[in-house]
Design a binder for this molecule. Structure first.
Ligand SMILES: NC(=O)c1ccc[n+]([C@@H]2O[C@H](COP(=O)([O-])OP(=O)(O)OC[C@H]3O[C@@H](n4cnc5c(N)ncnc54)[C@H](O)[C@@H]3O)[C@@H](O)[C@H]2O)c1
Length: 390
């Protein structure tokens, strides 16, 4: 039995086993002491699978357990901020799932709570990926001043996905749709590569998911603190057309790019081919590290080390907060224009006959003219956002 860190998990749904596995993979560093879920069957399922004796129904009781040092918070989005703040006040270090919170304001309160109570806080993020780190640390400085950037995300989800939990698809509890749940992964990496966010605005609507309140398609423009400007698009209404998704960060000396989903296969090119070849040799060693599937363990190990060394975790809450500026900026701006955007989108002929998201996918619908136009808007190298429906 390890005496170093007492670990625990609040929220025993879909993603919780990844946290439990990460703790189990670090047996010299921690013991998973307790789990908590008001749904007894969920708490029991996780606890039985991972051999955990203590099960709580109320997270306040878990936070009062003095054996616990570290808490994974894997609950519906609207509970990320209140539970993280309570955990910090109870003196627990927190690994909170993405999105960090629903709003920049909540994220700020979480950061302050961690600071005031002298505990560490990190947020689930793909930025822990060594491939990403290499691109960030070694490639980004080589591509020079950034001229333009775009990010296009497709995450098709049908009605059954939203039926998995009452919190999903609601403004109050999920805090949005495809932006807050899926695109936040890539927005998090994008904003980090481009140096944090100054402000963002954009448009969104719901074209194919009548069963939910929130957006299933939208696009936006982001002013980054570095002075760079980028544009993004995300939808859960269809799969990507061929070569539709991906990212470009175009600098004066080269670019960072991929057409892969979730930015898993970020790559680069440099105008100086010799310099690129040298850098690529190092890059290939990093790619070989076989990170996929071990992400949670890597992030947890980094977090333990951050606590031990009293240093910042690899993903600081301050940087995670930046992605919420994109979310809040596009949502709030888009409220005013949602009806016009929806009417314009519905008038696109390719929407005819598409009654729901299930129809969209089984017909192999790839968004037709509507999506093609929106992708063109975000890929154009202008510093404004086309909006023909205004
Ligand atoms: N499912 C995934 O693949 C995945 C991957 C990465 C991140 N996430 C993120 O993880 C979080 C949870 O997602 P999920 O898919 O596991 O959701 P889920 O709905 O499957 O599980 C959430 C769990 O939280 C529990 N819960 C609700 N209120 C609670 C409370 N007050 N105290 C303790 N537990 C409470 C629910 O009963 C449920 O068991 C979300 O932020 C999500 O975005 C999910």
């Amino acid at each position: 039995m390890s005496q170093e860190f007492g670990a625990s998990i609040i929220g025993c749904g879909g993603v919780s086993s990844a946290h439990a596995e990460a703790y189990r993979n670090l047996p010299d560093q921690c013991d998973l002491i307790a789990v908590c879920d008001p749904v007894e069957a969920n708490a029991n399922r996780l606890a039985d699978t991972f051999g955990v004796e203590t099960r709580y129904a109320d997270y306040h009781d878990l936070l009062a357990d003095e054996r616990i040092d570290v808490v994974s918070v894997s609950v519906p989005h609207f509970l990320h901020a209140p539970i993280t703040i309570d955990a910090a006040k109870a003196g627990k270090h927190v690994i909170v799932e993405k999105p960090m919170a629903l709003t920049v304001g909540e994220a700020n309160e979480m950061i302050e709570a961690a600071r005031a109570n002298n505990v560490k806080l990190t947020v689930g993020s793909e930025r822990i990926n060594p491939r990403y780190r290499f691109i960030h640390d070694k490639v980004l400085p080589e591509i020079g001043e950034i001229k333009s950037s775009w990010l296009v995300d497709f995450y098709y989800r049908d009605a059954s996905y939203y039926a998995r939990g009452a919190w999903r698809g609601t403004w109050a509890q999920e805090g949005g749709g495809v932006f807050v749940n899926q695109a936040i992964y890539t927005w998090d990496q994008w904003q980090d590569l481009l140096g944090g966010v100054d402000f963002a605005y954009g448009y969104w609507t719901n074209i194919l998911h009548p069963e939910i309140e929130v957006e299933d398609i939208g696009y936006g423009l982001v002013h980054f603190r570095s002075g760079a400007i980028g544009k993004c698009f995300a939808t859960s209404a269809c799969e990507s057309p061929e070569n539709g998704q991906g990212i470009r960060i175009i600098g004066e000396n080269g670019e960072i790019h991929t057409n892969s989903a979730w930015l898993y296969e970020l790559d680069f090119s440099l105008k100086d081919r010799n310099a690129e070849a040298d850098l690529r040799k190092e890059f290939e060693q990093v790619i070989d590290l076989n990170y996929r599937g071990r992400y949670q363990t890597w992030q947890t190990a980094d977090f333990f080390d951050a606590i031990r060394a009293n240093r910042s975790p690899a993903v600081t809450p301050e940087t995670a907060k930046e992605a919420l500026k994109i979310l809040n900026g596009i949502h709030w701006h888009g409220w005013n224009h949602e009806r016009k955007f929806k009417a314009w989108a519905a008038a696109q002929v390719e929407l005819d006959g598409l009654k729901d998201a299930a129809t969209a996918n089984t017909d192999g619908w790839r968004g037709g003219k509507l999506v093609q136009q929106l992708i063109e808007f975000v890929r154009s190298e202008t510093s404004t956002l086309d909006a023909p429906f205004l």
